[in-house]
Design a protein around this ligand. Structure first.
Ligand SMILES: O=c1ccn([C@@H]2O[C@H](COP(=O)(O)OP(=O)(O)O[C@H]3O[C@H](CO)[C@@H](O)[C@H](O)[C@H]3O)[C@@H](O)[C@H]2O)c(=O)[nH]1
Ligand SMILES: [Mg+2]
Length: 229
């Protein structure tokens, strides 16, 4: 993932992923315009492994983050110096997520993403639609639908890591590690949608799993063997 070379910046040709355009309008009698990007709607999924009480994240190189670490002066060079700007600058930690670029339901797209990126086979009934919200409201405003699912080690039927040329590392974090992450002064290498997902989880779900931890630890101290449910 961190083996990065031949980085250069070029003008945008016709793209299947983003379409830039100008939106013109008159508001309260004043003529205005706004420069926008048409992008695909998407899904994002919190995957929580209940066997080991860990949250499943995906780690991947994000060109947009990397680009924003390059100084305006260095962006003008014919090639970007990767010893000055290593790939690690652009590596993000996110929820499993994917664009809706197929004629399938959001549930089916979410199910595919969990399998492709994280390696877990989740039944459609195990995917709980939580809400949907607008991402990148300054320039995109695309809709992201957000799901929660619980998985077990037995549901890990594939390696994960993405399809085609995707390079994704699956990373697990405990509840205390998630708390540390959202309390960090930053910059946190994650999008706000991921941080929202973490706060949603901490607010709505974490207690149930914290109780089993605490019970487990207390009983262990007493020398008892306890099965964490
Ligand atoms: O310019 C591009 C854009 C995309 N791809 C390909 O398209 C795939 C898209 O991956 P997918 O997993 O479907 O989407 P993500 O990149 O994970 O993006 C989702 O997850 C992000 C983090 O939540 C959100 O910001 C996005 O809106 C949401 O679509 C990439 O891996 C690439 O293979 C390219 O090759 N070039
Ligand atoms: Mg993705």
């Amino acid at each position: 993932m961190e083996d990065l070379k031949d980085v250069f910046i070029s003008p945008l040709p016709d793209s299947p992923y983003v379409k830039p355009f100008r939106f013109n309008y008159t508001q309260n009698g004043k003529q205005k315009s706004w420069d926008l990007l048409e992008v695909h709607d998407s899904v994002a999924i919190i995957v929580f492994n209940i066997t080991r009480k860990v949250m499943v994240f995906v780690k991947q190189f994000r060109p947009a983050i990397y680009y924003n670490c390059i100084s305006p002066e260095d962006r003008k060079s014919t090639t970007i110096d990767t010893s000055k700007y290593p790939a690690s600058l652009g590596i993000a930690l996110e929820m499993c997520a994917g664009i809706i670029d197929k004629d399938k339901s959001v549930e089916h797209i979410a199910q595919e993403e969990v399998l492709e990126e994280c390696g877990y086979s989740v039944p459609l009934s195990g995917l709980h639609r939580i809400t949907s919200y607008r991402s990148g409201v300054g320039v995109q405003g695309a809709l992201q639908t957000f799901f929660y699912c619980e998985v077990t080690d037995a549901m890990k039927t594939e390696q994960g890591g993405g399809v085609d040329d995707e390079l994704i590392e699956v990373v697990e974090k405990t509840i205390p590690e998630i708390e540390e992450m959202v309390n960090s002064p930053g910059p946190i290498p994650s999008p706000p949608s991921c941080l929202f997902a973490l706060m949603w989880f901490l607010y709505n779900k974490a207690d149930k799993f914290r109780k089993t931890y605490e019970h487990h630890c207390a009983e262990c101290k007493k020398g008892k063997m306890v099965f964490v449910k």
